[in-house]
Design a protein around this ligand. Structure first.
Ligand code: PMP
Length: 367
């Protein structure tokens, strides 16, 4: 917002009091969509069948929104533990989206001279949250050929910076691949601080570190319901040992999960088969989209274990191709410029066969 009103504070006052690290940030950018087909944010395009929506609305009718929500969301946690196969003895903590949980972790460890480490390219909120909480942000480039972990560089950076937290997006956003499991285990073993395995795309991955929580006392596993079709609900889950989570829970605002969210998420989890079936469809759609993209000349398509696909277009053409696809009614995400490793790269969310087809047609035309 740049609008100046008559009683707006002078810039000098803002500069005096808003920390330079905050002023240096750009707000998280969410583009206007209008009538575009939205394939930029890894959302699930499928909605629920009407009878299920009606049933859900009945549940909401009984929600007690005149009262504060259960601060511990006890009923919802029982359902989540069972649904996400949280191992015995491990605790879970809920966030208003998993990005809130990333922020809580950062707030809990932040102190002068401490660092957060993550491979690059990375999910942009890791950097933003590190900046706001005053943590040094260390990123270690992935191998350029296949976006695998550069293990010698990761080992060296962990020894040198002794990060308070290592964030590993598994599968990796925005590259889409799954890091080698044994390599991730080694990073957990050599890390002096926490390792957060961020499994936002777990529904499409077929691999998890959840079952390894008891094996490593510095491991936390992060999940979200966003990519399962509930992005609008804002429901993130952090799993790990009670020793960590009891501390982190002190930072969480007591009523961060609203009455409506608790009721809706509970309802959704009781119908988890519907969400799982949608994820399965999206995995099939992803394979079809990968095949179709690989058949196009002039682009490099990267393997994906998530609900999005990263691809590289001919050098220098990413902005024009992105704009052309948009002009044809489809919004994807340009990753060009986000990292040296993403030069000429675009990222598309996997959607319904119809929307994927519209995207493919637009891309072919743009190329
Ligand atoms: N982690 C990763 C790797 C992500 O890509 C995202 C969202 N794009 C999130 C966390 C945050 O998801 P949410 O806040 O919707 O749970």
């Amino acid at each position: 917002m740049n609008t100046k009103t008559a009683n707006a504070p002078p810039d000098s006052l803002v500069e005096q009091w808003i920390r330079p690290q905050v002023r240096a940030l750009s707000a998280y950018h969410v583009p206007e969509i209008g009538n575009l087909i939205k394939l930029d944010a890894m959302e699930n395009p499928y909605t629920w069948p009407k009878p299920l929506v009606d049933e859900w609305l009945e549940v909401l009718r009984d929600a007690k929104w005149n009262r504060y929500p259960d601060p511990h969301a006890c009923d919802l946690k029982i359902l989540l533990r069972a649904t996400l196969n949280v191992p015995q003895g491990m605790e879970i903590m809920l966030g208003n989206g998993s990005d809130e949980l990333i922020q809580i972790i950062a707030m809990a460890v932040a102190a002068p001279g401490r660092a957060v480490l993550t491979p690059e390219p990375y999910f942009s909120m890791y950097r933003m949250i590190a900046a706001v909480t005053g943590l040094e942000f260390v990123c270690v480039p992935l191998n350029a050929s296949d976006y695998s972990l550069d293990m010698p560089a990761m080992r060296a950076a962990i020894i040198r910076h002794r990060p308070a937290v290592v964030f590993l997006s598994y599968p990796s956003n925005p590259t889409g691949n799954l890091f080698d499991e044994q390599q991730v285990c080694e990073l957990i073993e050599i890390s002096p601080g926490l390792v957060v395995v961020d499994e936002a795309y777990n529904a499409f991955a077929g691999s998890t570190f959840m079952s390894r929580l008891a094996q490593y006392d510095n491991l936390l596993v992060l999940r979200t319901l966003s990519k399962m079709g509930l992005a609008g609900l804002r429901m993130g889950v952090l799993a790990g040992s009670p020793a960590w989570l009891n501390e982190l829970d002190k930072i969480r605002l007591p009523y961060n999960i609203s009455v409506l969210t608790q009721a809706s998420a509970g309802f959704a989890l009781r119908h988890y088969d519907v969400l799982e079936a949608q994820a399965a469809r999206l995995r099939d759609n992803r394979e079809q989209l990968l095949t179709a993209l690989r058949a196009l000349n002039g682009i490099t398509v990267y393997p994906s274990r998530a609900n999005f696909i990263l691809f590289r277009v001919p050098a220098g053409r990413a902005p024009q191709i992105f704009e052309s696809i948009k002009a044809q009614g489809v919004l994807i995400k340009s990753m060009h410029g986000a990292s040296a490793l993403l030069a000429d790269c675009l990222r598309v969310t996997v959607s319904t066969p119809e929307e994927n087809q519209a995207f493919l047609k637009a891309l072919e035309h743009a190329l």
